[in-house]
Design a protein around this ligand. Structure first.
Ligand SMILES: [Zn+2]
Length: 458
């Protein structure tokens, strides 16, 4: 381990944990060991954590006490993971309507982190996570990056969404963390050939050993590098893509452009790390030390057999602040039968269907990434303030974009103008941007769950 990298892993990360009161490194050390456990031992741990969580939910979480009583269930009725089926599924709507009741009465609200999700689904949601959950999920993410060849402390680059409206304090804090951990952030909201060219120059200067990001923007980088024959002055150990399915053509382009392997990762904002591809690329390993994943029939919620596609329903085992038990991710996937030659016994699932995040092409040649809109809603505090249920963005012409919003309350004129101004900055003055409030957003004729719709030829 090189000196600087060693200092970051052994000094900076423990210091960050100490200052923030988190336990990421402790979890990582544990996960580095548990990844080699046998399946029985892993399942024992999972079951033990599940029973503790159910008992906690019964004693401290008003929503679950009510739900358990409604189905005539006591915590001791859950002895094995299969017994979870007695508990009704938790939907987006359930969370939206029961936010306060889902927060544990034994946890101080000030100790919880507030998150917004929905950047990939068009259904924004506010929820809370405790420090244990964030530490566990980050550590599981670090372990997943290690499977891509990355070692904590090495230079990495992220092609990721940056905050749209944020306080100076928040921005400074994030910047300090990035400097301390040698992380280069490249904003991915609107990308053009010029911006990608500048960013590649920056990467050539920074020389990262690992790259991660949303699949589509990362692919745009790969395509640009290949098309223009750009000479890269760094060698990546691996690329990790997430938030959207990684298509074969994207993987192949990235492998050629960056001359390294590409690893798919699945997670959702509500629960984070759920599946990671290892060096054998046989599927995504599920970190069952921290989650329980079910694949259910879309119609009757019964478990589907291995290899069959079903709705992904996840229980997070570490979030006591706001337990999510049998949470419906609204994604589709399947569990796989195969053993992985990597010798890890963590079960495998297949890549996920759904969550295709479309992009918007702007008259100036920029490409605006769909994930931008949910961050704009959250940064303006609209999701909670106006009870945003769902939204859809339609590009009707190159210079005309309409955002349709279904919400509990309609924003006042001043907030509406601020929101329009904010989006206008990103789409440019030549684009007419309108916001419409409607009662219900219809499903597209294709039945696809896309929330960014482009009616122009790309
Ligand atoms: Zn494996």
């Amino acid at each position: 381990m090189r000196f600087q990298q060693s200092v970051i892993r052994n000094v900076v990360y423990p210091l960050l944990d100490f200052v923030s009161g988190s336990t990421e490194l402790r979890y990582l050390k544990f996960y580095e060991k548990s990844q080699w456990w046998g399946l029985d031992k892993l399942k024992q741990l999972q079951e033990w954590k599940l029973k503790r969580l159910i008992s906690h939910a019964w004693n401290n979480v008003p929503y679950y006490r009510r739900v358990f009583k409604a189905v005539n269930m006591r915590p001791e009725d859950v002895r094995h993971v299969e017994d979870l089926e007695k508990i009704p599924i938790l939907t987006h709507e359930n969370v939206r309507h029961n936010l306060a009741g889902l927060v544990s009465a034994s946890t101080s609200k000030s100790s919880l982190f507030r998150f917004q999700t929905g950047g990939t689904t068009g259904h924004p949601l506010i929820l809370f996570k405790d420090k244990n959950e964030t530490s566990s999920s980050m550590a599981s993410l670090y372990r997943g990056w290690e499977w891509c060849g990355y070692e904590i402390g090495e230079k990495m680059a992220q092609i990721w969404g940056v905050p749209i409206v944020a306080s100076r304090y928040k921005l400074l804090k994030e910047r300090l963390r990035r400097v301390a951990t040698r992380d280069t952030l490249i904003g991915s909201w609107n990308l053009s050939d010029d911006k990608i060219e500048q960013a590649v120059k920056r990467l050539n200067k920074e020389k990262p050993t690992f790259l991660r990001g949303y699949a589509s923007p990362v692919y745009l980088f790969g395509r640009f590098i290949e098309k223009n024959g750009i000479n890269l002055k760094f060698h990546l150990k691996g690329i990790s893509t997430t938030a959207e399915p990684l298509f074969d053509f994207q993987r192949q382009t990235l492998e050629r452009a960056f001359n390294c392997e590409v690893f798919d990762q699945y997670g959702c904002g509500e629960i984070n790390s759920i599946g990671f591809e290892c060096e054998e690329h046989t599927g995504l390993h599920v970190p069952i030390e921290r989650v329980h994943v079910e694949f259910l029939d879309e119609k009757d919620n019964t478990p589907v057999s291995k290899g069959k596609t079903g709705r992904i329903v996840v229980t997070s085992l570490d979030n006591y602040g706001m337990p999510l038990i049998r949470y419906d991710t609204d994604d589709l996937g399947a569990s796989l039968n195969d053993c992985c030659p990597c010798n890890r016994k963590l079960p495998l699932m297949d890549a996920v269907v759904g969550r295709v995040i479309d992009m918007i092409r702007l008259p100036n040649g920029d490409i605006l990434f769909g994930g931008f809109f949910v961050i704009a809603l959250e940064d303006m505090n609209w999701i909670e303030k106006y009870g945003i249920i769902q939204f859809q963005v339609v590009q009707q012409a190159l210079n005309r974009i309409v955002m349709r919003i279904q919400s509990l309350r309609t924003p006042n004129a001043r907030d509406l103008e601020s929101f329009r101004d904010l989006v206008q900055k990103y789409v440019g003055e030549s684009v007419a941007f309108d916001v419409e409030f409607i009662d219900e957003i219809s499903v597209s004729a294709s039945g696809k769950r896309r929330y960014i719709i482009s009616e122009i030829d790309n």
